[in-house]
Design a protein around this ligand. Structure first.
Ligand code: ATP
Length: 310
Protein backbone atom coordinates (compact mmCIF):
# COMPACT_ATOMS: atom_id res chain seq x y z
CA UNK A 1 0.00 0.00 0.00
CA UNK A 2 1.13 3.52 0.34
CA UNK A 3 4.22 3.08 2.41
CA UNK A 4 5.83 0.02 1.03
CA UNK A 5 5.22 -2.32 -1.80
CA UNK A 6 6.50 -5.33 0.04
CA UNK A 7 6.63 -4.71 3.73
CA UNK A 8 3.85 -6.37 5.65
CA UNK A 9 2.42 -4.08 8.29
CA UNK A 10 3.87 -5.81 11.27
CA UNK A 11 7.25 -6.59 9.71
CA UNK A 12 10.07 -4.27 10.57
CA UNK A 13 13.11 -4.82 8.42
CA UNK A 14 15.22 -1.92 9.56
CA UNK A 15 18.77 -2.77 10.48
CA UNK A 16 19.10 -3.21 14.20
CA UNK A 17 22.65 -1.98 14.50
CA UNK A 18 21.83 1.26 16.30
CA UNK A 19 20.96 1.44 19.95
CA UNK A 20 17.24 0.94 20.48
CA UNK A 21 15.70 3.69 22.59
CA UNK A 22 12.13 2.47 22.77
CA UNK A 23 10.52 -0.76 21.72
CA UNK A 24 6.78 -1.43 21.60
CA UNK A 25 5.61 -4.98 21.27
CA UNK A 26 1.97 -5.81 20.69
CA UNK A 27 1.17 -2.81 22.86
CA UNK A 28 -2.35 -1.54 23.43
CA UNK A 29 -4.30 1.00 25.45
CA UNK A 30 -7.86 0.34 26.52
CA UNK A 31 -10.25 2.95 27.96
CA UNK A 32 -13.92 2.72 28.82
CA UNK A 33 -14.16 -0.78 27.37
CA UNK A 34 -12.64 0.24 24.03
CA UNK A 35 -9.19 -0.32 22.59
CA UNK A 36 -7.85 3.07 21.57
CA UNK A 37 -4.84 1.41 19.99
CA UNK A 38 -3.88 -2.23 19.87
CA UNK A 39 -1.14 -4.47 18.51
CA UNK A 40 1.34 -1.63 18.16
CA UNK A 41 4.81 -2.79 17.18
CA UNK A 42 7.77 -0.56 16.46
CA UNK A 43 11.18 0.46 17.68
CA UNK A 44 12.93 3.79 17.65
CA UNK A 45 16.71 3.73 17.41
CA UNK A 46 19.15 6.49 18.22
CA UNK A 47 19.41 8.85 15.27
CA UNK A 48 16.22 7.58 13.70
CA UNK A 49 13.16 9.66 12.81
CA UNK A 50 9.91 7.72 13.07
CA UNK A 51 6.72 9.46 12.07
CA UNK A 52 3.25 8.38 13.05
CA UNK A 53 0.57 9.37 10.57
CA UNK A 54 -3.12 8.63 10.50
CA UNK A 55 -6.48 10.35 10.60
CA UNK A 56 -7.84 12.26 13.59
CA UNK A 57 -8.52 9.90 16.44
CA UNK A 58 -6.29 7.17 14.97
CA UNK A 59 -4.35 6.90 18.20
CA UNK A 60 -1.17 8.76 17.28
CA UNK A 61 -0.93 10.80 20.48
CA UNK A 62 -2.02 7.81 22.54
CA UNK A 63 0.74 5.71 20.95
CA UNK A 64 3.35 8.40 21.55
CA UNK A 65 2.31 8.74 25.17
CA UNK A 66 2.53 4.98 25.55
CA UNK A 67 6.01 5.00 24.00
CA UNK A 68 7.32 7.53 26.52
CA UNK A 69 5.50 6.05 29.50
CA UNK A 70 2.94 8.80 30.10
CA UNK A 71 0.37 6.06 29.51
CA UNK A 72 0.96 2.49 30.60
CA UNK A 73 0.22 -0.25 28.08
CA UNK A 74 -2.80 -2.34 29.04
CA UNK A 75 -1.43 -5.24 27.04
CA UNK A 76 1.82 -6.05 25.34
CA UNK A 77 5.02 -4.39 26.42
CA UNK A 78 6.94 -1.17 26.06
CA UNK A 79 10.61 -1.14 26.92
CA UNK A 80 12.81 1.90 27.12
CA UNK A 81 16.55 2.26 27.33
CA UNK A 82 17.71 2.70 30.89
CA UNK A 83 17.67 6.32 32.01
CA UNK A 84 16.21 7.41 28.70
CA UNK A 85 16.01 11.19 28.55
CA UNK A 86 12.91 12.34 26.74
CA UNK A 87 12.09 15.75 25.31
CA UNK A 88 8.35 15.93 24.73
CA UNK A 89 6.60 18.65 22.77
CA UNK A 90 2.93 17.96 23.34
CA UNK A 91 0.13 18.84 20.95
CA UNK A 92 -1.48 21.06 23.53
CA UNK A 93 0.15 23.10 26.21
CA UNK A 94 -1.70 24.29 29.28
CA UNK A 95 -0.60 27.89 29.25
CA UNK A 96 -2.56 30.81 30.64
CA UNK A 97 -2.23 33.20 27.71
CA UNK A 98 -3.46 36.14 29.76
CA UNK A 99 -0.36 35.96 31.98
CA UNK A 100 2.92 37.46 30.86
CA UNK A 101 5.42 34.72 30.07
CA UNK A 102 8.77 35.23 28.44
CA UNK A 103 10.45 32.67 26.22
CA UNK A 104 13.19 32.32 28.82
CA UNK A 105 10.61 31.55 31.51
CA UNK A 106 8.82 29.08 29.23
CA UNK A 107 12.10 27.18 28.97
CA UNK A 108 12.35 26.75 32.72
CA UNK A 109 8.72 26.14 33.67
CA UNK A 110 9.28 22.46 34.29
CA UNK A 111 12.86 22.45 35.48
CA UNK A 112 15.93 24.58 36.06
CA UNK A 113 18.32 25.31 33.26
CA UNK A 114 21.56 27.23 33.26
CA UNK A 115 21.64 30.48 31.31
CA UNK A 116 24.15 28.95 28.92
CA UNK A 117 21.85 25.97 28.33
CA UNK A 118 18.96 28.30 27.54
CA UNK A 119 21.12 30.42 25.25
CA UNK A 120 22.49 27.39 23.40
CA UNK A 121 19.04 25.90 22.86
CA UNK A 122 17.56 29.18 21.63
CA UNK A 123 20.57 29.65 19.39
CA UNK A 124 20.09 26.17 17.96
CA UNK A 125 16.47 26.89 17.09
CA UNK A 126 17.24 30.32 15.67
CA UNK A 127 15.39 32.44 18.21
CA UNK A 128 18.15 33.67 20.52
CA UNK A 129 16.95 37.21 19.88
CA UNK A 130 13.53 36.32 21.32
CA UNK A 131 14.69 35.16 24.75
CA UNK A 132 12.94 37.99 26.54
CA UNK A 133 9.92 38.22 24.23
CA UNK A 134 6.41 37.49 25.39
CA UNK A 135 5.37 34.00 24.34
CA UNK A 136 1.88 35.21 23.45
CA UNK A 137 3.36 37.61 20.89
CA UNK A 138 5.35 34.96 19.04
CA UNK A 139 4.36 33.86 15.57
CA UNK A 140 3.30 30.23 15.10
CA UNK A 141 6.76 29.27 13.81
CA UNK A 142 8.56 31.12 16.57
CA UNK A 143 6.37 29.46 19.18
CA UNK A 144 7.13 26.00 17.82
CA UNK A 145 10.83 26.87 17.84
CA UNK A 146 10.53 27.93 21.46
CA UNK A 147 8.92 24.59 22.30
CA UNK A 148 11.68 22.77 20.42
CA UNK A 149 14.30 24.78 22.28
CA UNK A 150 12.65 23.84 25.55
CA UNK A 151 12.77 20.17 24.59
CA UNK A 152 16.36 20.10 23.36
CA UNK A 153 17.73 22.12 26.28
CA UNK A 154 17.69 18.98 28.41
CA UNK A 155 19.67 17.04 25.81
CA UNK A 156 17.19 14.24 25.31
CA UNK A 157 18.01 10.85 23.84
CA UNK A 158 14.53 10.86 22.32
CA UNK A 159 12.44 13.80 21.17
CA UNK A 160 8.72 13.32 20.82
CA UNK A 161 7.06 15.97 18.70
CA UNK A 162 3.30 15.94 18.51
CA UNK A 163 2.37 17.95 15.40
CA UNK A 164 5.47 20.15 15.48
CA UNK A 165 4.36 22.38 12.61
CA UNK A 166 0.91 23.32 13.80
CA UNK A 167 0.16 26.98 13.28
CA UNK A 168 3.09 27.38 10.91
CA UNK A 169 2.91 28.56 7.31
CA UNK A 170 4.30 26.52 4.43
CA UNK A 171 7.72 28.14 4.27
CA UNK A 172 8.01 28.03 8.03
CA UNK A 173 7.06 24.39 7.97
CA UNK A 174 9.91 23.45 5.64
CA UNK A 175 12.30 25.43 7.80
CA UNK A 176 11.07 23.66 10.93
CA UNK A 177 11.56 20.25 9.37
CA UNK A 178 15.06 21.27 8.35
CA UNK A 179 15.66 22.33 11.92
CA UNK A 180 14.37 19.04 13.31
CA UNK A 181 16.67 17.17 10.95
CA UNK A 182 19.60 19.33 11.97
CA UNK A 183 18.90 18.67 15.63
CA UNK A 184 18.83 14.96 14.93
CA UNK A 185 22.09 15.14 12.96
CA UNK A 186 23.87 17.22 15.57
CA UNK A 187 22.69 15.45 18.69
CA UNK A 188 22.08 11.94 17.33
CA UNK A 189 18.83 11.73 19.28
CA UNK A 190 15.92 9.62 18.09
CA UNK A 191 12.78 11.45 17.05
CA UNK A 192 9.20 10.30 17.21
CA UNK A 193 7.04 12.71 15.27
CA UNK A 194 3.31 12.87 14.82
CA UNK A 195 1.53 14.20 11.80
CA UNK A 196 -1.82 13.65 10.21
CA UNK A 197 -0.56 15.00 6.95
CA UNK A 198 1.24 12.52 4.72
CA UNK A 199 3.04 15.32 2.91
CA UNK A 200 4.83 16.28 6.09
CA UNK A 201 6.48 12.96 6.60
CA UNK A 202 8.58 13.31 3.48
CA UNK A 203 10.97 15.59 5.28
CA UNK A 204 13.72 13.55 6.79
CA UNK A 205 11.67 10.67 8.09
CA UNK A 206 13.27 7.25 8.15
CA UNK A 207 10.17 5.28 8.90
CA UNK A 208 6.51 6.12 8.52
CA UNK A 209 3.99 4.20 10.56
CA UNK A 210 0.40 4.61 9.53
CA UNK A 211 -2.00 4.12 12.40
CA UNK A 212 -5.69 3.60 12.48
CA UNK A 213 -6.20 2.07 15.89
CA UNK A 214 -3.60 -0.47 14.82
CA UNK A 215 -0.56 -0.37 12.54
CA UNK A 216 -2.00 -0.27 9.03
CA UNK A 217 1.33 -0.15 7.29
CA UNK A 218 4.85 1.13 7.58
CA UNK A 219 7.78 1.90 5.35
CA UNK A 220 10.14 4.53 4.08
CA UNK A 221 8.73 7.74 2.64
CA UNK A 222 11.08 7.32 -0.36
CA UNK A 223 9.02 4.44 -1.64
CA UNK A 224 6.02 6.69 -1.56
CA UNK A 225 7.69 9.75 -3.01
CA UNK A 226 9.15 7.84 -5.97
CA UNK A 227 5.93 6.25 -7.00
CA UNK A 228 4.01 7.75 -9.88
CA UNK A 229 0.81 7.37 -7.91
CA UNK A 230 2.24 9.46 -5.13
CA UNK A 231 3.34 12.11 -7.63
CA UNK A 232 -0.14 12.18 -9.03
CA UNK A 233 -1.61 12.64 -5.62
CA UNK A 234 0.95 14.80 -3.90
CA UNK A 235 3.25 16.20 -6.58
CA UNK A 236 3.08 19.86 -7.48
CA UNK A 237 -0.07 20.57 -5.66
CA UNK A 238 0.91 18.55 -2.62
CA UNK A 239 -0.44 20.95 -0.10
CA UNK A 240 -4.01 20.98 -1.21
CA UNK A 241 -3.87 17.25 -1.77
CA UNK A 242 -2.88 16.33 1.72
CA UNK A 243 -5.53 13.66 1.67
CA UNK A 244 -4.49 10.09 1.78
CA UNK A 245 -6.45 7.03 1.08
CA UNK A 246 -5.89 3.47 1.77
CA UNK A 247 -7.93 0.45 1.74
CA UNK A 248 -9.09 -1.63 4.64
CA UNK A 249 -11.45 -4.52 4.32
CA UNK A 250 -12.06 -5.28 7.96
CA UNK A 251 -13.24 -3.58 11.11
CA UNK A 252 -11.59 -3.64 14.53
CA UNK A 253 -14.46 -4.00 16.98
CA UNK A 254 -14.32 -2.30 20.39
CA UNK A 255 -13.61 -5.62 22.12
CA UNK A 256 -10.57 -6.22 19.91
CA UNK A 257 -12.16 -8.79 17.64
CA UNK A 258 -12.17 -8.28 13.90
CA UNK A 259 -15.17 -8.22 11.58
CA UNK A 260 -14.33 -9.06 7.97
CA UNK A 261 -15.91 -7.91 4.74
CA UNK A 262 -17.92 -11.14 4.55
CA UNK A 263 -19.39 -10.49 8.02
CA UNK A 264 -17.36 -13.16 9.80
CA UNK A 265 -15.76 -12.27 13.13
CA UNK A 266 -12.37 -13.52 14.29
CA UNK A 267 -10.08 -12.84 17.22
CA UNK A 268 -7.35 -11.35 15.00
CA UNK A 269 -6.73 -9.95 11.52
CA UNK A 270 -6.15 -12.42 8.71
CA UNK A 271 -2.78 -12.22 6.98
CA UNK A 272 -4.61 -11.47 3.74
CA UNK A 273 -6.64 -8.61 5.21
CA UNK A 274 -6.59 -5.23 3.47
CA UNK A 275 -3.65 -3.63 5.15
CA UNK A 276 -1.59 -6.79 4.80
CA UNK A 277 -1.74 -6.93 1.01
CA UNK A 278 1.13 -6.52 -1.33
CA UNK A 279 -0.05 -3.14 -2.45
CA UNK A 280 1.98 -2.74 -5.63
CA UNK A 281 -0.11 -0.82 -8.05
CA UNK A 282 -2.38 0.39 -5.31
CA UNK A 283 -3.17 4.03 -5.61
CA UNK A 284 -1.69 5.90 -2.77
CA UNK A 285 -4.99 6.94 -1.52
CA UNK A 286 -6.54 6.02 1.76
CA UNK A 287 -10.20 5.18 1.46
CA UNK A 288 -11.42 3.27 4.45
CA UNK A 289 -14.40 1.12 3.73
CA UNK A 290 -15.00 0.44 7.37
CA UNK A 291 -15.04 2.34 10.58
CA UNK A 292 -12.54 2.45 13.41
CA UNK A 293 -14.74 4.75 15.39
CA UNK A 294 -16.05 7.97 14.00
CA UNK A 295 -12.97 9.60 12.60
CA UNK A 296 -12.86 11.23 9.20
CA UNK A 297 -11.35 9.04 6.55
CA UNK A 298 -10.36 11.82 4.23
CA UNK A 299 -8.72 14.81 5.65
CA UNK A 300 -7.36 17.86 4.09
CA UNK A 301 -5.00 19.47 6.46
CA UNK A 302 -5.04 23.19 6.52
CA UNK A 303 -1.96 24.72 7.99
CA UNK A 304 -1.11 28.23 8.96
CA UNK A 305 -4.22 28.80 10.97
CA UNK A 306 -2.39 29.59 14.12
CA UNK A 307 -3.79 26.79 16.23
CA UNK A 308 -2.03 27.42 19.46
CA UNK A 309 -3.63 25.47 22.22
CA UNK A 310 -3.93 27.05 25.58
N1 ATP B 1 -8.36 8.98 28.25
C1 ATP B 1 -9.15 8.63 27.24
N2 ATP B 1 -10.30 7.99 27.49
C2 ATP B 1 -11.11 7.61 26.47
N3 ATP B 1 -10.84 7.83 25.17
C3 ATP B 1 -9.71 8.48 24.87
C4 ATP B 1 -8.79 8.91 25.88
N4 ATP B 1 -7.77 9.51 25.27
C5 ATP B 1 -8.00 9.46 23.96
N5 ATP B 1 -9.17 8.84 23.70
C6 ATP B 1 -9.72 8.54 22.38
O1 ATP B 1 -8.77 7.72 21.73
C7 ATP B 1 -8.76 7.97 20.34
C8 ATP B 1 -7.35 8.28 19.90
O2 ATP B 1 -6.96 9.55 20.39
P1 ATP B 1 -5.57 10.21 20.02
O3 ATP B 1 -5.54 11.56 20.64
O4 ATP B 1 -4.48 9.26 20.34
O5 ATP B 1 -5.70 10.32 18.44
P2 ATP B 1 -4.78 11.07 17.39
O6 ATP B 1 -4.50 10.10 16.29
O7 ATP B 1 -3.60 11.66 18.07
O8 ATP B 1 -5.78 12.19 16.87
P3 ATP B 1 -5.58 13.68 16.33
O9 ATP B 1 -5.00 13.58 14.96
O10 ATP B 1 -6.98 14.18 16.30
O11 ATP B 1 -4.73 14.43 17.30
C9 ATP B 1 -9.74 9.11 20.12
O12 ATP B 1 -10.95 8.53 19.66
C10 ATP B 1 -9.90 9.73 21.48
O13 ATP B 1 -11.17 10.31 21.63
Amino acid sequence: MLMSKRAAPAADNRPKSKETLVSLSNAGIRRDGRWLVRGIEFDIARGEVVTLIGPNGAGKSTTAKMAIGVLKADEGSVTRKRDLRIGYVPQKLAIDWTMPLSVRRLMTLTGRLKDTEIATALEATGIAHLANSEVRHLSGGEFQRALLARAIARKPDLMVLDEPVQGVDFAGEAALYDLIRTIRNKTGCGILMISHDLHMVMAGTDTVICLNGHVCCRGTPEVVSQSSDYMKLFGGNARSLAVYNHHHDHTHLPDGRVRHADGSITEHCHPEDGHHHDHSGHDHGHSHDHAHGDHAHHHDTQKGEGTRHA
